[in-house]
Design a protein around this ligand. Structure first.
Ligand code: ADP
Ligand code: NA
Length: 347
């Protein structure tokens, strides 16, 4: 078949949670294992994106090393995939600038991520007025940086969770706009391929404390998420306090029983069992019994990555070496694209 270029990124926010893992990262390993020899795979820790929120410099430095170690701990092979820090490769911010000059502000204001930022930023004097002046410009424009991350390597396949669908559509729109604007008279193919999303079987894991929202690293309650490095007792404790409902028995009903359904989704993903089979097996369980079984399945799944992470995290020299080699390989491809892009736009 034709060559695939796979690219995905994750923010350097320390250790990922179960949502990141089941919603996106398990797919990264799967794609690596099922790839053809001619396919290219790139996985990046996106440091530039972290700056859209205030960061403590020391903590950020540690978090980006944590995240790189995690990519190896989940089983990615640095000899097969290019694993790198986005902020160590020139080209991401350069291409983002070029693309931002082609992107109508209206496209960015339509992003639900921007709208939800706005919604939480009310004018102090008039609660009904949103106040843009409280938000930095990076929060509006980072989807363009995301487009640049993808297009810099002419990626064709992007494995991300379903919260990223709108951003990936924006990437295609921007790529298409670039292709039309800078089309050469004798050019056979559009310059940038339009990337497609690769879905995971598990689309969305919900917060253990508020099953109306997704599991997220920014939620204040640490018990709302399970980290890949959590120990067996920590996993047990978090699951025991998971919010469910007062309905007797176990049924899969995401609309009316989001808490219980989320637990069943997690169990199904961890045990690689179809959801119907899990429901059938657990039908007569009490809630506590279900939680114990979920905790056991999660602990079984995270044990190996957790142990590998603890080992790797101490090998700073090795992690730096992986990052250096990754940045060199990614840098070569990025430079090639940037030379072509500069020529196309006349710089
Ligand atoms: P977060 O959303 O926690 O800040 P990132 O933005 O770094 O994490 O996302 C990393 C990847 O994890 C993305 O592909 C995103 O779609 C996926 N993801 C994040 N949270 C969840 C969740 N609760 N369920 C499924 N996938 C998720
Ligand atoms: Na996200």
């Amino acid at each position: 078949g034709t060559k695939r270029v796979v690219l995905s990124g994750i923010q350097p926010t320390g250790v990922p949670h179960l949502g990141n893992y089941l919603g996106a990262m398990t797919n990264w390993v799967r794609l690596e294992r099922t790839s053809s020899p001619q396919d290219e795979l790139l996985y990046t820790v996106v440091g530039w994106h972290a700056l859209t929120l205030p960061q403590d410099p020391k903590a950020l430095m540690e978090s980006r090393i944590d995240m790189l170690a995690t990519l190896l701990a989940i089983g990615l092979d640095p000899k097969r995939s290019v694993i790198f820090h986005q902020d160590q490769v020139r080209g991401h911010t350069e291409l983002a600038w070029i693309l931002s000059c082609l992107t109508p502000v209206g496209w960015l204001r339509r992003m639900t991520t921007w709208k939800s930022r706005l919604a939480t930023s009310r004018n102090a004097n008039d609660e009904s007025e949103v106040d843009e002046s409280l938000l930095n410009a990076g929060l509006l424009t980072y989807p363009v940086l995301q487009a640049a991350d993808i297009l810099l390597y002419k990626a064709t396949h992007v494995p991300v969770g379903d919260d990223q669908t709108q951003h990936l559509q924006l990437t295609r729109d921007i790529a298409d706009h670039f292709n039309r604007t800078f089309k050469q008279p004798h050019q056979k193919h559009p310059y940038f391929p339009l990337p497609t999303q690769v879905d995971t079987p598990t689309k969305r894991i919900l917060s253990l404390k508020d099953p109306s929202s997704k599991m997220s690293k920014s939620a204040p309650d640490i018990k709302s998420r399970i980290l890949l490095t959590d120990t067996a007792p920590q996993i047990q404790t978090k699951l025991r306090s998971a919010v469910t409902d007062s309905i007797h028995g176990i049924t899969f009903d995401p609309v009316n029983r989001p808490g219980i359904s989320n637990l069943l989704t997690i169990l199904s993903a961890c045990s690689e069992e179809p959801i119907e089979q899990v429901v059938e097996r657990c039908r007569d369980y009490g809630h506590a019994q279900l939680k114990t079984e979920v905790a056991d399945a999660v602990e079984e799944m995270v044990r190996e990555p957790r142990e590998k992470f603890e080992r790797l995290r101490k090998e700073r020299g090795y992690l730096e070496q992986v990052a250096k080699e990754g940045a060199e390989k990614a840098g070569e491809k990025a430079e090639k694209t940037m030379n072509e892009v500069r020529k196309l736009i006349g710089l």
